[in-house]
Design a protein around this ligand. Structure first.
Ligand SMILES: Cc1cc2nc3c(=O)[nH]c(=O)nc-3n(C[C@H](O)[C@H](O)[C@H](O)COP(=O)(O)OP(=O)(O)OC[C@H]3O[C@@H](n4cnc5c(N)ncnc54)[C@H](O)[C@@H]3O)c2cc1C
Length: 492
């Protein structure tokens, strides 16, 4: 039995701890914050509960798998429901489209309401399912940096089909060719934002993302997103994982290229293996000053970040659901502002998540808890206070126009999260939500591996390393990392 230390209790760190404990290791998790979950946490203020970060839940089977490692039933600890409507879309011309998650219903309704050809939509979903089937085993479910990934039936099939995964066209190019209605193109382009990318730059391979929502389903956890974190921390604790909060790791200790443990408050804590769940940039910069930071980490092409307003609203909006998108008029201009000019467009697409729609206790009677988010660039030292003030005014004008209500009058609680505070709260480099963007067709290969050949016994999991950010991929990253620890792989 090895002694394993996990640095950081983000969702990937928690999942890695569970997997390693299930394999019989002694596992301790050290977390800088007073609470677990990192981005996947929540808070309560003025009788409103807010999920702090992620709001969209797909692939619950990756959570369930963790319970099955201990033969525990999931339902007593974690429950969720499948959504029939994935998102309520609003366009500036007054069109509203409530998007069914059922593919066939979606295609029919899109034809009826937006005039899109339902056969084009069906063909899109078929291709998305195909892309998922051939890319997932190579790009998502295994280490990209181990030969064994490629030397099996699925790996060989994936490689053989690489020419079919649309690496050389952008998402927008493929979507603009496939669909005839601008509104449909915008709707499908939006899926690039699910991993913080730009649909006008990212390869069309990212058209696998709609498959998660329409092919595999969208879900809402009972009690809100934070119940993913809480149920997994409880599971880990029940089986003997030790958690230490308010315990910031100052250094990962190494000797002769072997990991030795960690340094916390000046005290060395020994370990046979260390799994680092924090963003890989601060990990090298602050925790591993003795190791040279790899070039690809230095030159990371950050994913987008977010500006979030948590608003307590003293009204119920019947036209809104759990997930709502109020689209910008000019999507290209919005993404150019984020990824080329490093700023916020004057007409940003607004996302509003309202968990009180399904979890009424999240807001007082007659009220709603709005998590209102726009995509913004990662923090490179912009004058955020001014940008946020302008964005807030533009958002309120847009809400006024599109919901025909003066929302500013209805805000009874407000707090703000921006790229600077995301970085402070979770150490995510530049406040990027998903580590690096997938704007480059080689992005998957630029992401850091789940181990390093520079230090034996040191592993990485989480949104900034392979296979990338977002809850499902973070859970897969924990799975890949735990498998590597068990194989004691330390060489690329
Ligand atoms: C506003 C927002 C919206 C998002 N929306 C979605 C969504 O809808 N769906 C989705 O799937 N994903 C979404 N994401 C992305 C998702 O939240 C992340 O990809 C995922 O939660 C990252 O998990 P992680 O394991 O990498 O760790 P993180 O959540 O980044 O946590 C890292 C942990 O390490 C700790 N730490 C840092 N330094 C140290 C140290 N020196 N010592 C000890 N501990 C340390 C931090 O305190 C933190 O708890 C969103 C993110 C944000 C911020």
């Amino acid at each position: 039995m090895a002694k394993v230390i996990v640095v950081g209790a983000g969702i990937a760190g928690i999942a890695a701890a569970i997997r390693l404990r299930a394999s019989g290791h002694a596992v301790s998790v050290y977390e800088a914050n007073a609470y677990p979950g990192g981005k996947l946490s929540d808070f309560e203020e003025a009788s409103f509960r807010f999920d702090a970060g992620p709001s969209l839940f797909t692939m619950p089977e990756f959570v369930e798998e963790l319970f099955s490692l201990f033969n525990e039933p999931v339902a007593p600890h974690f429950q969720y429901e499948q959504l029939a409507i994935g998102c309520h879309y609003f366009y500036e011309d007054g069109t509203q489209f409530n998007s069914p998650t059922n593919r066939e219903q979606f295609a029919e309704l899109l034809e009826q309401q937006l005039g899109e050809d339902k056969n084009a939509v069906r063909a899109f979903f078929k291709k998305a399912a195909f892309l998922y089937k051939i890319t997932a085993p190579v790009f998502l479910e295994n280490s990209l940096h181990q030969l064994s990934t490629y030397l099996n039936r699925k790996g060989i099939r994936g490689i053989a089909n690489l020419w079919r995964i649309n690496l050389f066209s952008t998402m927008h190019q493929v979507n603009a060719k496939r669909f005839k209605k601008e509104k449909t193109i915008q709707l499908f382009n939006r899926f690039a934002t699910y991993n913080g990318s730009n649909p006008y730059q990212a390869p069309a391979t990212l058209n696998i993302i709609p498959h998660l929502e329409f092919g595999l389903g969208v879900f809402f956890p009972k009690g809100g997103m934070v119940s993913i974190t809480n149920s997994l921390v409880d599971l880990a604790k029940r089986h003997g994982v030790q958690f230490y909060f308010n315990s910031k790791v100052e250094q990962i200790l190494t000797q002769e290229n072997k990991v030795k443990g960690v340094l916390i408050a000046g005290e060395s804590i020994a370990a046979d293996q260390v799994v680092c769940n924090i963003d890989v940039f601060p990990a090298y910069k602050y925790l591993l000053p003795q190791i040279e930071m790899p070039e690809k980490v230095k030159q990371v092409n950050s994913s987008s970040s977010a500006l979030v307003f948590y608003w307590g609203i003293k009204k119920e909006f019947k036209q809104l659901g759990l997930h709502n998108i109020l689209f910008s008029e000019n999507y290209k201009k919005e993404f150019d502002a984020i990824f080329k000019s490093n700023t916020i467009d004057s007409d940003p697409t607004i996302y509003i998540n309202i968990t009180s729609k399904l979890n009424p206790s999240d807001a007082p009677v007659g009220h709603e808890n709005w998590f209102l988010m726009i995509n913004v660039p990662a923090n490179t030292g912009q004058a955020w206070d001014g940008l946020i003030e302008t964005a807030r005014a533009n958002i309120l004008n847009k809400l006024n126009r599109m919901l025909k209500t003066d929302v500013s009058e209805l805000i009874v609680y407000e707090s703000v999260l921006d790229p600077r505070t995301i970085e402070i709260k979770t150490s995510s480099y530049r406040g990027a939500l998903y580590g690096s963007s997938s704007n480059d067709r080689m992005a998957a290969f630029f992401r850091h591996a789940n181990f390093t050949s520079a230090v034996q016994g040191l592993y990485f999991c989480g949104g900034s390393v392979h296979p990338g950010g977002g809850i499902p991929l973070c859970l897969l990253s924990a799975k890949i990392t735990a498998a590597l620890v068990n194989k004691k792989k330390g060489k690329e």
